[in-house]
Design a protein around this ligand. Sequence first.
Ligand code: VG1
Ligand code: CO
Length: 542
Amino acid sequence: MTIHTVATAPIAGQKPGTSGLRKKTSVFMERHYLENFVQSIFDVVGVEGKTFVLGGDGRYFNDRAAQVILRMAAANGAARVIVGQGAILSTPAASHLIRLNKTDGGIVMSASHNPGGPNEDFGVKFNMPNGGPAPESVTKIIFERTKAIKEYRIMDAQDIDLGRVGRASLGGMIVDVIDPVADYVTLMESLFDFGAIRAMFASGFRMRMDSMCAVTGPYAVEILERRLGAAAGTVVNGTPLPDFGGVHPDPNPTWAKELMDEMFGSDAPDFGAASDGDGDRNMVVGAGVYVSPSDSLALLAANAHLAPGYAKGLAGVARSMPTSTAVDRVAKVLGIGSYETPTGWKFFGNLLDVGRVTLCGEESFGTGSDHVREKDGLWAVLLWLNILAVKKMSVAAILAEHWARFGRNYYSRHDFEAVASDKADRMMVALRESLAGLKRQVVEGMTVSGADDFVYIDPVDGSVSTKQGVRVMFSDGSRFIVRLSGTGTEGATLRLYLERYEAGPLGLDRDPQEALAPVIRAAHAITRITEFTGREMPDVVT
Ligand code: VG1
Ligand code: CO
């Protein structure tokens, strides 16, 4: 087998965003595009004699990209690559394997909740030896490398058979094809009371798990139906498809509409859940009740001790800045620390590594703990099931109990998608310029108590991240946040996050949009979204 050194010109714009490099699949398939980025990662992290994990969410081009990455790893002198059968690994499973095998990191091929297919999206992300996404300090150097790279190395070889579990070799490199599900299941069994959950299913508890034709299908069938005894057919859309069946594998009320309809129908199961393309996100729904991700995080924090893996209690909790402050209230009552980080899971890594936090989450349907260094969709579903099995109450009753104890943070995110980038940029510039003068202004009847552009100083390593989102606070504790997405692949996606707290008496059935109406009006007046972008209504409301 020969090693080729291929001359390549740097490719503009290979800049990792919130969660790795995401582009249209056709861009990734362009000549040298994937190779450029992968070699840049390899040049930065070093490959000689090292072991890596490789897998992806099964979307279109996943299998081809895996073969290219393997041949490049071999040509760069890697000792061993552990790869999921069929080049499949959910993001949390990949994170676990990196840690379990004490490897030097891993490459995850996914564009997460973005749709897949030849005309949709693809992505590549490097995870560190701790199992978490590379921090900004590393992604910055990788980006610099993509602009300077002059050649990449690749081995001339036949495809490895990734369809069969077993050991193969590529030049001098070992390729271990492993069952993508087994080790992950063992980890889940170590955290949760499978006996109690099994007993709950045996007593007639009904659940619907929508895997959205994405990567969690095989994991969910094994865990829920085989190990926990949930009825056959509990998992729907359980076969991963290269185009996710043509839908967005995004577990929110808009894209998981089928599940929402069932959960709000007359014969609703007790519990419903969905996960995204790469399995790190989750949505949970009770019969006739939707649980917002921010509430879910707070509720899990308040009840995690009911699961064996968290029986000792939590060291602390962390949330991304735009996530509602509901979890902070729980932390206060529990007497534990709470941290506020920028959007993106990579910012939780240090806090988890040094043991300052046990649980963390984002408003974008992401929840996780220190068991891996990614958010973990099925983990969240299992923690919910464990809590339901212990408390023996409905989701609605648990939620009502939580709000009665802690008060309720009404919360919503409004997304304006595919906005022309220049228009979105101009709006952000104007908004940032207006911040200083906003304080004490009364807008739509609401008094601004403060406004800033979120700056994060990592409490562990002191690294500074600026411009992480404009936030405007009001005197009644309400707030809104505006930031541009770092995962979109078409124009700009403008995210408007809205929050309002109510201590009580609580209107439990109250529609968050209605409760948030004054904050929404003030946010539009201050940001002038319509004036800058021409948009009046958001495309997706969660
Ligand atoms: C979005 C979410 C963010 C999340 C990221 C990756 O980023 O808002 O909370 O961490 O996606 O999630 P952005 O920059 O588009 O707002 V995943 O499931 O796509 O890895
Ligand atoms: Co994801």
